[in-house]
Ligand binder design. Sequence first.
Ligand SMILES: Nc1ncnc2c1ncn2[C@@H]1O[C@H](COP(=O)(O)OP(=O)(O)O)[C@@H](O)[C@H]1O
Length: 358
Amino acid sequence: MESSAEEPPPPLPPPLFTFGAIADIQYADIDDGFNYTGTRQRYYRGSLQLLRRAADSWRSAATGGGPASLLRFVLQLGDIVDGFNSRQRGASERALDAVLGELDRVGVPVHHVWGNHEFYNFSRDELMRSRLNSAPRGRGDGDGGGGGGGPGPPLTGDIYAYHFSPAPGFRFVVLDAYDVSLLGRTVSSVQYNNALNILKEHNSNEDLNHPPVEKGMSKFAKFNGGFSRDQLSWLDGVLSQSDDDEERVIIVSHLPVHPLSADPVCLAWNSEDVLAMIGAHGCVVCFMAGHDHDGGYHRDRDSGVHHLTLEGVIETPPESDAFATVSVYEDRMLLKGRGRTADREMLFTWPPDETQVV
Ligand SMILES: Nc1ncnc2c1ncn2[C@@H]1O[C@H](COP(=O)(O)OP(=O)(O)O)[C@@H](O)[C@H]1O
């Protein structure tokens, strides 16, 4: 019998590790509503059901399968509860308990990113003391977080950023996209006034939540924020160390930074600074964000970095889903999407050779 002309590709080995990712749950125990422009329905109660389905799926991934495929952790990309909760006494805490209860059932660590809705519900101090602060505490060994140890200059003050290594050769960096923002900063603080100056320099609207119409300026809205010089120099140190250690780095932030990976109105104020820094460090392979509920994806032509914006749970109808389970291999990440979130293969090599389909 003749053998077929083309052999099928060999099956992939088991992944090195697997993780879950979800964005913009924005749970509130209120009736459905719409986004500000009235163009998208928001399913405030339904978001908890969608989170439950994601948790069920991750729970079986964490407990089933072979040891190498076990789900290690979940990334919660920000806006876990909606700002509407803050209008009713005690509702923010109740909503937070409800969503964290669902995530607890998965039985793996959850890494929380902070978005604008975290600050509509809680002060920065409250967040720092809450379960939404997932930075490892009191460690100085390079896997520490916040103001703790790690390469580069230590983080000072109340910037919520840290890094962790779930497996040898891989590092995740959690960024604080509201470090420079009106949100979460007290009106009398130096940080608030610095942020106000930046915002007013680019946004002349009376309502600073109203984005400017000028091209490239729409990101300068009050519901966004940016990264301070301190945070960027800390990030530079972390990435330099990862370059030296030949690690692959995945950065996570509520706000996206690549203009082709999301609606530009959703970008961080100083997105260009982060893009330039990523471009200067070969270790970064992926930047994951939320905030734009439509989601988005773009592979940067220069750096080869995958910029992935996850679809928001809050604008996902009850009959659908929006979450990802990502398996990480030596040379790629395979994202298995559910519902509105599409499957995606993200190769690490760049530029791709002709045997690879990007
Ligand atoms: N175009 C706009 N003009 C004025 N205010 C806006 C505009 N878009 C959003 N906002 C306000 O900004 C805040 C955040 O908007 P929201 O849509 O809830 O953010 P997210 O997309 O993070 O859910 C809300 O208070 C909302 O009313």
